[in-house]
Design a protein around this ligand. Structure first.
Ligand SMILES: *Cc1c(COP(=O)(O)O)cnc(C)c1O
Length: 581
């Protein structure tokens, strides 16, 4: 196979020629959003950041992959609040040409009866050993496209269902056409990161020239990401009829017969040779939901050098040489001297507190136990669980024993999420005198990085089992920060009580989504553990606390990273053996 030749067998010049030749890249990774860095604001949350982290690890490991996504000229949004603490969205101002290179390639697609030219920008990730990995951002904002079509790639998760349908056609069909135009003629595996790019199967069928779904299936791998219904796109055929060109429409009707509309998840499940969820529990829940038995799992991870603090990185380099190439070596973290680890941690904490002071005017105390909570303000994540019994909360956390930092964006049309944010901000003001609670606006990769390096403990309180995996807690483990979390997603696999952190609420049973369970149990347990275990350990048993930090690195960071994720995809999903990886 091509990739067998790829690394060590070849002379350098031939190797570098091949590295730049699309014909030698057999893997394409499609994602509606990709989060590479703060200055490319084409992501909204975990899905995009995961995609970026996977592509970065693939580059580090020399995996011959290319990424495909859309260019959002207006980004997701900048978060602001009005006087009533209600979230307001402002468009992001950014100039793609500062970060990306516009290529001359154009391909044609047809939507809503109009021809559209799709263009492409490229960003090249350079891996740790110099291996380049291109990420392609599709764009339609060009002459001579119709003004409405020029806006099709402006907003991430904006617009109506028709807008979204057009975007997904551009991503799947336009994306594959563009790859061919760029010279990618030997792709063996198309990896769909969530169902959004599923229409690429239509283009594969068109290229093939005859109807044989098995041959399409052989080329596609699908990762499903959420057990929450809003995460699964659905398009009525009534809409698709109006939007799609005739050939794509008839192929789609043949591929998805006897249904009134297309669920992108069902399309992905039906036309992929391998399907996985993003944690063990999530695979179980997905199998139950889709009435299948074949959904496998590859538990998510995070890209080590993106999320590690500079202080921790130096420490690991000194004590665990080679960890950047092989983060599995972090199992050696127990050899790191405790006082050095604590000093590196406090440095990150001070950096975070400086930012808090700068942006909110609030001065936090670096000697006080600090809990962080930051994620999309989706209601199932229950950012307000902490405040469900304020009297008890004050009893446990009052008296300057604990301080809290919150951040998070709500989707612009999710009023439930906005109400959550409003509540947090109001409670923060009401309790100002007794418990320091700060809210940092405009959660993004940069704020995520400051928080997951600088707090003492990471709080996570989703309604089980709706958190497919979660990744912000993994970013913490890369910095030796423990998790205090409901047993859901990745934490079921990473949790060892009193060793890598603490659980909240009962242990998981055979539950499926949307089953009723007693949420108040989670809140009671949260307060009790904070009071009886966590606060005493932090203040009275510092030695144990820092030892738990080392175990978090050794037992969690060593595993929940995207180097391990990419290797797992290579062996389980791509079925290829990359020598030298
Ligand atoms: C890591 C990250 C997320 C994902 O966090 P979860 O814990 O999975 O909810 C979301 N948004 C940003 C900006 C991130 O960096």
């Amino acid at each position: 196979m091509i990739q067998r030749l790829h690394r060590s067998d070849l002379g350098y010049s031939l190797r570098s020629l091949m590295e730049n030749d699309p014909a030698f890249r057999p893997l394409a990774y499609f994602s509606m959003e990709v989060g590479l860095k703060e200055s490319i604001p084409t992501y909204s949350g975990g899905l995009g950041v995961l995609a970026g982290d996977i592509l970065k690890s693939a580059a580090d490991l020399g995996v011959p992959m290319a990424g495909v996504t859309l260019l959002y000229r207006k980004g997701y949004f900048v978060q602001e609040f009005n006087a009533d603490d209600w979230q307001k969205e402002k468009p992001v101002q950014w100039n793609p040409s500062h970060e990306l290179t516009l290529l001359p390639n154009r391909v044609l697609i047809n939507l809503q009866g109009r021809e559209i030219q799709v263009g492409v920008w490229v960003y090249e990730i350079i891996g740790a050993t110099g291996y380049p990995l291109p990420v392609y951002f599709l764009d339609t904002d060009f002459e001579p496209n119709h003004p409405d079509d020029r806006k099709l790639c402006w907003y991430l998760y904006g617009g109506d269902n028709c807008y979204r349908l057009c975007q997904e056609f551009i991503l799947g069909v336009g994306g594959l056409r563009m790859l061919r135009d760029l010279g990618y003629m030997n792709i063996e595996t198309f990896h769909l990161n969530e169902g959004h790019a599923g229409f690429l199967t239509l283009e594969l069928m068109r290229e093939q020239g005859y109807y044989d779904p098995d041959k399409i299936r052989e080329q596609v791998v699908f990762t499903t990401h959420t057990p929450v219904p809003a995460g699964h796109d659905y398009f009525e055929f009534g809409l698709i009829d109006r939007v799609f060109p005739a050939e794509a429409l008839s192929t789609l009707r043949r591929m998805m017969p006897d249904v009134p509309g297309v669920s992108m998840t069902e399309l992905g499940l039906k036309y992929s040779r391998y399907v996985n969820g993003v944690a063990k529990k999530h695979a179980e829940v997905s199998n139950a939901m889709f009435r299948m038995e074949t959904v496998d799992w590859v538990t998510n991870g995070i890209h080590p050098t993106t999320w590690v603090s500079s202080g921790m990185r130096k420490l690991y380099n000194r004590h665990i040489p080679g960890w950047e190439q092989d983060p599995g070596r972090l199992v050696q973290a127990l050899t790191i001297p405790k006082q050095d680890l604590w000093a590196a941690h406090q440095a990150s904490k001070l950096r975070l507190f400086a930012r808090v002071l700068e942006t909110t005017g609030k001065q936090l105390d670096p000697e006080v136990l600090t809990l962080g909570f930051a994620r999309r303000a989706a209601t199932y994540k229950r950012a307000d669980l902490l405040f469900s019994d304020l009297k008890r909360f004050m009893e446990v956390a009052g008296g300057n024993k604990v301080q809290f930092i919150f951040a998070g964006k709500s989707h612009p049309s999710d009023n439930g999420g906005k109400a959550l944010l409003q509540k947090i901000r109001k409670v923060a003001r009401d309790l100002e005198e007794s418990i320091p609670i700060v809210f940092i606006d405009n959660y993004n990769m940069e704020i995520a990085s400051l928080l997951t390096q600088g707090v003492d403990l990471w709080l996570n309180t989703p309604i089980r089992p709706r958190e497919a995996s979660g990744t912000s807690g993994m970013k913490c483990t890369m910095n030796g920060i423990m998790n205090f979390s409901v047993l859901d997603g990745w934490w079921i696999e990473g949790w060892i009580e009193d060793v890598t952190g603490w659980s909240i609420g009962p242990e998981p049973n055979g539950e499926t989504p949307f089953e009723h369970y007693d949420e108040s149990l989670d809140a009671i347990d949260l307060y009790n553990k904070l009071e009886r275990k966590i606060i005493p350990t932090y203040y009275e048993n510092h030695d144990k606390w820092v030892d738990m930090m080392r175990h978090t690195i050794a037992l969690n960071a060593s595993f929940f990273n995207t180097h391990r994720v990419v290797r797992e995809y290579a062996s389980k999903a791509y079925s290829i053996d990359f020598r030298g990886m």
